[in-house]
Design a protein around this ligand. Structure first.
Ligand SMILES: Nc1ncnc2c1ncn2[C@@H]1O[C@H](COP(=O)(O)OP(=O)(O)O)[C@@H](O)[C@H]1O
Ligand SMILES: [Mg+2]
Length: 248
């Protein structure tokens, strides 16, 4: 692997955050994502992984610390500004409008955008339908009538249309069959090959470790280990238990 570029695409510096004033869910978190690279974030349920994404996206302002994107401070950003900055989030829960057609869901990020943006996005729709042929077939159907795997395709297609520079992806394989999950991981690799920086959270630790350039372990709101896939070789189960702070 080549050396890290001097400026990270996303750098989280010493961030502490939480939902209640006196309870910190994240404590002094440092995290880095580079363009064209995947940073994997693994940890037990309740460790604070989704809270990391919510904090980066501005749904939860940090109590202290700083979040820098392309060198600019975006701490506590208003979430509706993310798309203009080239940041896209694929949340664990569906972000689709079930009664709108697949195509309308895909084009929704166009609403209220400058005409220039709309003109760039229309030809990309063709590209998206080539990438996800099943969606072309079902483009006029309500998104809610699609299978879970196809709805996930719509989420990824929507992200691809926006051509973000940073994509934050929370538990993309949850509820999907192993075959569809594998497709999802391949799309994520394709996103990274297109120079996007990816922050990936998934319960499939083995897959996340295999595909990430950098892996961070989050345990009770702290980063307790960090390294490359090579650092996570060997008895992964035992190592991850150790890194998560479990006794075994
Ligand atoms: N909206 C919320 N309000 C209060 N506490 C929350 C909220 N969302 C998550 N939490 C708490 O924050 C902690 C971390 O949750 P989360 O970030 O969802 O963990 P993970 O994604 O690693 O499973 C948990 O203790 C959870 O109960
Ligand atoms: Mg979560």
């Amino acid at each position: 692997m080549s050396a890290q570029p001097p400026q990270a695409l996303l750098q989280v510096h010493g961030v502490t955050a939480g939902y209640a004033q006196d309870i910190d869910v994240l404590r002094d978190i440092d995290l880095r994502v580079d363009a064209g690279r995947i940073t994997g974030l693994i940890g037990l349920n309740g460790a604070g992984k989704s809270t990391v994404i919510k904090t980066i996206c501005g749904f939860l302002p940090p109590k202290s610390g700083r979040i820098a994107y392309e060198g600019r401070d975006i701490s506590g950003i208003e979430p509706h500004r993310l798309i203009d900055l080239g940041i896209c989030c694929i949340p664990q829960e569906s972000s689709l409008f079930p009664y709108l057609s697949v195509q309308d869901n895909l084009l929704l990020p166009l609403l209220g955008r400058p005409r220039r943006f709309a003109q760039q996005m229309r030809p990309r729709l063709q590209e998206v339908f080539e990438l996800f042929p099943a969606l072309h077939e079902k483009r006029m159907q309500p998104a809610g009538s699609l299978s879970g795997g196809q709805q996930k395709q719509v989420e990824f297609a929507k992200a691809w249309l926006q051509q973000p520079r940073l994509c934050l992806i929370d538990e993309p394989s949850i509820g999907l069959s192993p075959k569809i999950s594998e497709e999802v991981f391949v799309w994520i690799e394709k996103f990274a090959q297109a120079r996007m920086g990816i922050l990936l959270i998934d319960h499939n630790v083995r897959r996340v470790v295999r595909m990430s350039d950098r892996i961070c372990v989050l345990s009770l709101g702290r980063i307790t280990a960090e390294g490359t896939p090579a650092d996570f070789q060997g008895d992964l189960h035992q190592q991850v238990q150790q890194w998560l702070g479990l006794s075994f």
